[in-house]
Design a protein around this ligand. Structure first.
Ligand SMILES: Nc1nc2c(ncn2[C@@H]2O[C@H](COP(=O)(O)OP(=O)(O)OP(=O)(O)O)[C@@H](O)[C@H]2O)c(=O)[nH]1
Length: 200
């Protein structure tokens, strides 16, 4: 039996991931103010933020599977989201170059039936990302594209930033924005097969 899938995210990357996996989610962006959520550890913070986003949207649904997510780069003990501006992104890259960080993605699946949230399933997928060392020329060119300003950690694995990531240890999809294998397991815990959600 197919169910209505709602993506509680403005992330174009998350929508693309789900569509490329054969799913056709509706997008309902949450209005969560992320600055109001805190946690002592980065992995806990992305879990709380993902759940907050999913909850804010699930409360407005009658019957849906609602997916919320949040990604942060943990680098030298700091949680790094999107850079504040180009200078912030430049300074981050100067510190990240040649080193590694951990990209934590929290994702929450809320199962709503009859207007009631029947289940909440939150998982965090953490992926070690090893950065290359862009030259000053490359870094300035990358910053000028604006891409690093729109993404957590100021890098992408699947975009213009790809040449500056040497390798990852873990789930690449989770770095982009959602772990599809974790989503399959979350659906399984609701006795749902991800293949049953493939668009007709
Ligand atoms: N394409 C791509 N996007 C990335 C990558 N790493 C992080 N991002 C994006 O960076 C953004 C992280 O910010 P979030 O606060 O989690 O999400 P958002 O884009 O603000 O959207 P919401 O879910 O509505 O909060 C997400 O859109 C991620 O998809 C990557 O390697 N590739």
């Amino acid at each position: 039996m197919s169910r209505r899938l709602v993506l509680a995210s403005a992330s174009p990357a998350r929508l693309a991931l789900l569509r490329q996996a054969g799913l056709a989610p509706e997008v309902v962006v949450s209005d969560v103010d992320e600055s109001t959520v805190t946690a002592p550890r980065v992995a806990e913070l992305v879990a709380l933020l993902a759940a907050a986003k999913a909850s804010a949207v699930a409360r407005r649904q009658d019957d849906a599977l609602v997916v919320g997510a949040d990604s942060l780069l943990e680098f030298r003990g700091q949680a790094m989201g999107k850079p504040a501006d180009a200078q912030d992104a430049r300074e981050r890259w100067r510190r990240m170059a040649g080193r590694s960080g951990v990209l934590h993605t929290g994702q929450a699946l809320f199962d709503v039936r009859g207007g009631a949230i029947e289940a909440r399933d939150v998982v965090v997928t953490s992926t070690v990302v090893h950065f290359a060392t862009p030259t000053a020329h490359e870094l300035e060119a990358y910053l000028a594209t604006g891409e690093p300003l729109a993404v957590a950690g100021a890098f992408t694995l699947d975009g213009l930033g790809a040449p500056f990531v040497r390798r990852v240890e873990g789930d690449p999809a989770a770095v982009v924005g959602l772990s599809l294998t974790a989503l399959r397991e979350q659906l399984g815990r609701r006795d749902l097969a991800i293949t049953d959600l493939w668009r007709r």
